[in-house]
Design a protein around this ligand. Structure first.
Ligand code: FAD
Length: 379
């Protein structure tokens, strides 16, 4: 029996889930807080590019998007380390030439939205959900300064770390939830291409400048640029709070990131124009309410980005839900608890792996003992 399904959030996970549900014949409506990124000149928020792994590709197969994404995904076969003295070293991710892939968040999100619409999903942009009456599946939506209420048979909250459905769950009895901000923030910067549009560093690698208490990483884009992300404490000896003037930024980059700085002509502009954003981990239980609603993606499990698995984990939520629909049809009273049982332990595990990997990336990968253990190829 086809259902009237509503999804909050047309981000990566909400758009993918919409395609999967629509292909099964459900009537699917998406409400998205932001304007349509395909029409407006806006970034997709958060990081410009993302590392996609096998989990992500598997979910894209369900949507039929692999062939379209493959040509614009750049394989990264390992970590490319940059030491303060300019020495570099490559650590392969596997012995079998396996890779993770750098993909543009914006391009992926736009393709998912377009495919959802082509399959008959209705996307309402600039509709922000302010509250959900959970027992009645009634959503309060703000649009053009006015609020209205819609009801639905089945609701998914794919509305990210600050999900309205998640917030509404927390007001119910016996719901446990927590959120934890890291003392670190991040800022995006750019490495530009050469005169002929070529990549000026190794293209097929994830670059890391590990510096103990802080680090910078860079992922390749198809236009010859790299998007760099600087992770650093908000406060302390070396921190964003100590980088107040152009001279402060020049000094840090001259001393710690000289090889990158030579490729960053827009460094000072980017540093002061781009925001310093925070990093949050959230936990909640339960993830669903009866046969009526469930959380998915970051709304269920927002994690810090150091394992490069947030989107991949959200996409895997979709794969698992799809498998459960194969087995149980439209028996949502069975599907939603089974989804929660299968995915909650994975969400918890990836959250803690992501926190642990931060220490490895910013510190341990540059430890000489670690380098030796990894039998690193010195350049
Ligand atoms: P989101 O991407 O947050 O999308 C939620 C959508 O819901 C948005 O479009 C939002 O506008 C909308 N929305 C929010 N509130 C409402 C509301 N009240 N009403 C209606 N709409 C609403 N993951 C990886 O797998 N690999 C990586 O390399 C990687 N790198 C990252 C780097 C950084 C710096 C960060 C911050 C994250 C990174 N991630 C990575 C994690 C990844 O970005 C998230 O896991 C992923 O975006 C989650 O997708 P989502 O659709 O669940 O949520």
């Amino acid at each position: 029996m086809s259902r009237n399904v509503t999804i909050l959030g047309a981000g990566l996970v909400g758009s993918l889930l919409a395609i999967i549900l629509r292909k099964r014949g459900h009537d699917v409506t998406l409400y998205e807080r932001r304007p349509d990124m395909r029409a407006a000149h806006m970034s997709a928020g958060k990081s410009i590019n993302l590392a996609m792994s096998a989990r992500g590709w598997k979910a894209l197969d369900l949507a039929g998007l692999r062939a379209e994404m493959e040509p614009i995904a750049i394989p990264m076969y390992g970590r490319y380390l940059h030491q303060p003295d300019g020495q570099t070293a490559f650590q392969p991710y596997s012995k079998n030439n396996e890779a993770i892939y750098s993909v543009s968040r914006g391009e992926l999100n736009k393709k998912l939205m377009t495919l959802a619409e082509e399959n008959g999903v209705n996307i309402h942009f600039e509709h922000r959900c302010t509250q959900v009456d959970v027992p009645n599946n009634a959503l309060r939506l703000a649009h053009n300064g006015e609020e209205h209420v819609v009801t639905t048979d089945l609701l998914f909250g794919a509305d990210g770390a600050f999900s309205a459905l998640r917030a509404s769950y927390t007001h119910m009895d016996r719901v446990n939830s927590s959120q934890h901000y890291l003392e670190y923030g991040y800022k995006e910067l750019a490495i530009l291409p050469g005169a002929n549009g070529e990549w000026l560093m190794e293209k097929n690698a994830l670059h890391i400048w590990p510096r103990g208490k802080y680090m910078m990483i860079a992922l390749p884009n198809t236009d010859g640029t790299f998007t760099c992300t600087m992770f650093m404490p908000f406060e302390g000896e070396v921190s964003f709070s100590k980088l107040q003037t152009e001279a402060d930024v020049h000094k840090l980059f001259d001393e710690q990131f000289a090889d990158a700085k030579a490729l960053m002509p827009t460094l000072i502009h980017d540093f002061f124009a781009n925001p310093t954003s925070s990093l949050i981990t959230t936990h909640i239980f339960p993830w669903h309410y009866k046969d009526r609603s469930a959380l998915i993606g970051d709304a269920a499990h927002a994690i810090v980005p150091f394992y490069g698995q947030g989107m991949n984990a959200g996409f895997e939520d979709c794969t698992v839900l799809s498998g459960l629909m194969d087995r149980h049809g439209d028996d949502w009273a069975t599907i939603l608890p089974a989804y929660e049982r299968l995915r909650k332990p994975n969400g918890d595990a990836v959250a803690s792996l992501a926190l642990t990997n931060f220490v490895e990336m910013r510190d341990k990968v540059a430890d000489p003992r670690f380098l030796q253990r990894k039998k690193i190829e010195k350049e």
